[in-house]
Write a protein that binds this ligand. Structure first.
Ligand SMILES: O=C(O)CCC(=O)C(=O)O
Length: 347
């Protein structure tokens, strides 16, 4: 009998809870919406600041496998990070993708092409793939780069000039990486961190294990894990992978992340301010984009302040600009829609 794809590899404990009505019951598993994701269902979960996964949506139509992708992306030079040592080597996208296609499981170093493309917009790199990704995004009002509920869309300049709110382009950006091990001796594919913006991440090919913590647990995680590693800030320094051993330490203190597998076509929504980490079970290609939802503004501001305290004042200033433009857009709309508006009177 085929294994339920929401079960753990090791056992049969369900990792996720499927909801198909607007009524939510609290469980430790991540909320999953199967099929078409209505904005109402999304908002019920999202307004609680919780992550969610949308499965079985129409999805990507083009070939995003390593071979398919390399035929679209050309032969740019790129940086590859060794996920264990953080050493960076230079190669070409095609060479990396060809090797990725050959290595399905963990049988060598865990290598990652991160935040690709580095220096240009994805839509300029491949307009076809950018369109394919956009049409695969659930809840377009929030996730499209021109979505009316995406506050990042209210920045008035071209998208490539908009605030660099997560220290990289808002996206879309590709994460392509070989498999890694989730054990007490390795560092996964992407170590624990949190972002200043919301994000949605679609799995194009492969499988990955995610841990996403509730935003309210961030300070406690920092305090607890500080005693188990050498990092002053175990989240913002992006250096620590929370191993099974450390997960037990957190669980004893009452902190349990949402742990789940992301399979082909699954879209993971990560609210701003929720610390998260990823370990690829097989080599995978994922595509992600950032957005800023009104529900997350307070958390965005908190992360901006924490980053400010750390180092990156630049990002905080950009976030302040974003807020200003969002406020101006809302004020203009309010004025246009008010009964005393001269624009409406003219009509
Ligand atoms: O897939 C990964 O390795 C990392 C994804 C991630 O951290 C994100 O989309 O914010």
């Amino acid at each position: 009998m085929p294994r339920n794809r929401l079960e753990t590899s090791a056992g049969s404990a369900p990792l996720a809870k499927v909801i198909n009505t607007a009524r939510i019951t609290t469980e430790s598993g991540i909320h999953v919406i199967e099929g078409e994701c209505s904005q109402d269902d999304f908002e019920i979960i999202w307004s609680q600041g919780l992550p969610l996964m949308v499965c079985g949506a129409p999805g990507l139509l083009y070939d995003w496998s390593p071979t398919g992708l390399s035929s679209f992306l050309g032969d740019d030079a790129c940086d590859i990070v060794d996920c264990e040592t953080n050493c960076v080597t230079r190669t070409t996208v095609n060479t990396f993708l060809q090797n990725l296609g050959k290595s399905k499981t963990v049988d060598g170093p865990s290598l990652k092409l991160k935040d690709y493309p580095e220096d240009m917009l994805f839509k300029d790199k491949s307009p076809i793939l950018a369109r394919d990704f956009k049409s695969a995004l659930p809840v377009p009002m929030y996730t499209y780069n021109d979505g009316p509920l995406n506050l990042a869309a209210m920045y008035p300049l071209e998208y490539d000039c908009r605030p660099d709110i997560t220290n990289a382009y808002i996206g879309p950006k590709v994460y392509a990486a070989t498999a890694s091990k989730h054990d007490n001796h390795h560092h996964g594919s992407t170590r624990l961190h949190m972002d200043m913006a919301d994000a949605v991440n679609i799995m194009a090919s492969g499988r990955a294990l995610w841990h996403i913590f509730r935003s309210k647990d961030a300070d406690a995680i920092r305090q607890i894990l500080k005693h188990h590693c050498d990092f002053a800030d175990p989240i913002n320094l992006h250096q620590l992978y929370v191993t099974p051993e450390l997960l037990d330490v957190l669980e004893i203190k009452g902190i349990k992340p949402f742990m789940f597998e992301q399979n082909q076509g699954d879209c993971v929504f990560i609210p701003a301010g929720c610390a998260h980490q990823v370990s690829n079970i097989t080599s995978c290609i994922k595509i992600a984009v950032d957005f800023v939802s009104p529900q997350s503004l307070e958390r965005c501001a908190q992360v901006a302040t924490a980053f400010h305290n750390c180092e990156t004042i630049h990002e905080c200033l950009e976030f302040t600009w974003l807020l200003l433009y969002a406020w101006m857009s809302v004020t203009v709309m309010d004025d246009l829609l008010s009964p005393s508006s001269t624009n409406l009177k003219q009509k």
